[in-house]
Design a protein around this ligand. Structure first.
Ligand code: NAD
Length: 349
């Protein structure tokens, strides 16, 4: 399956295909005519796919260097950058060479930011390996790193030359991170695609989900692509993708990113904000119950285990809160979302 993200001179293809990794060299050749490739990956992913990717590229005649970083959010730090830039310099990467990010959202965001800044920008390709990265972070061009004071505080919009998605690599992903990605899949259903939501509800078990995973990924990437094409720089429609994220980010941060993964935070955020909006008659009655049932089915949390007052100050510091005007994303009903202008008091209901 192929999709094209249409952004004029920044357009690129997303290819979704089981087993794609074994013929990756040929696909890379279609979008890159240079000689040197720098692969950025993490230890967990390298163990399973590093060698496969590397040998495939070498077979096609590319000169390859692979850098393996520690897994986890700590790696997506501003402080990791000088080390990577140095490795790129040692390998004598020039502006006509390429970076491939092989990993989850951490490696994709970090490697994309490196590509956007090194020598004022060199080409890169995303090879996302977590479900979250395959349905969300690899598409749309948001790249960046964390500062000690918070996540994603330094970054840019910088699009890859291509996104290569091989759903087979999800077989080695832990159940926790698989479900984590499912939270974002559920989000797409809730904000834009009622049919997707009810399909997710109809699947009996993980095996059935995996059997349909190519279609699910295609569905999510299509939604993201359409939203990004309309609003590349996140000033309007793209904000809908933040459904569940205001509360979600705040909870993640409250527990220092130790207790909940990103998807788990978003799951709680989607349920809790819909409960509030339902009480305010801004959302059709019964919607939060339906969300809750689906989250339980995918082993995701839905209920906040702290008092909302604990995270109000974090919400007030959110990038989306300007002069106490806060844009929150609400559902009208399942499959339909909108931007609602309010302030932090909204959460005190
Ligand atoms: P991650 O990159 O840490 O991956 C999760 C874990 O799974 C890691 O331990 C990783 O090593 C492992 N892993 C990944 N693929 C694997 C595979 N195929 N087999 C075995 N293990 C595998 O985290 P993530 O959840 O993919 O991404 C989270 C990051 O994405 C956050 O930093 C978040 O800010 C960012 N993000 C960015 C965007 C965007 O638009 N750029 C959107 C959403 C999230």
């Amino acid at each position: 399956m192929k999709l094209t993200v249409d952004l004029k001179e920044n357009s690129y293809d997303i290819i979704i295909e089981k087993g794609l990794i074994s013929r990756i060299g040929k696909e890379v050749k279609k979008v890159f005519s240079g000689n040197k490739i720098f692969i950025l990956t993490d230890k967990n992913v390298d163990k399973f796919y590093g060698e496969n990717l590397e040998t495939n590229l070498i077979k096609e005649g590319f000169k390859v260097k692979k850098l393996i970083l520690n897994p986890g959010e700590e790696t997506k730090s501003f402080n990791t950058l000088p080390f990577i830039y140095n490795e790129l310099l040692d390998f004598k990467i020039t502006r006509s060479d390429l970076i491939i990010t092989l990993g989850g959202g951490v490696i994709g965001d970090l490697g994309g930011f490196v590509a956007s800044t090194f020598l004022r920008g060199i080409d890169f390709i995303q090879f996302p390996t977590s479900l979250l990265a395959q349905v969300d972070s690899s598409v749309g061009g948001k790249v960046g790193v964390d500062l000690e004071k918070g996540k994603n505080l330094v970054g840019s919009f910088y699009h890859p030359k291509a996104v290569f998605i091989d759903p087979n690599v999800l077989n080695t992903l832990s159940d926790r991170f698989f479900n984590d990605g499912m939270a974002e899949v559920i989000k797409y259903g809730l904000i834009k695609d009622k049919k997707l939501f009810y399909k997710l509800k109809s699947y009996e078990n993980k095996e059935e989900v995996i059997n349909n995973i190519e279609k699910i990924i295609h569905n999510c990437c299509t939604i993201k692509k359409i939203v990004v094409e309309k609003d590349e720089k996140d000033k309007g429609e793209r904000m809908l993708l933040n459904f569940g994220h205001t509360i979600g980010h705040a909870i993640e941060q409250y527990f220092n990113y130790k207790k909940y993964t990103h998807g788990e935070g978003v799951a709680i955020g989607m349920f809790e904000i819909t409960k509030i909006s339902e009480e305010l008659k801004l959302t059709n009655k019964g919607t939060s119950e339906e969300i809750k049932d689906l989250l339980i089915k995918y082993n995701l949390p839905y209920k906040m285990d702290i008092d909302i007052s604990e995270i109000l100050s974090t919400i007030a510091l959110d990038k989306k809160n300007l002069d106490n005007n806060l844009n929150v994303i609400l559902l009208k009903e399942i499959g339909e979302s909108y931007i609602y202008k309010t302030n932090v008091e909204f959460f005190r209901q």
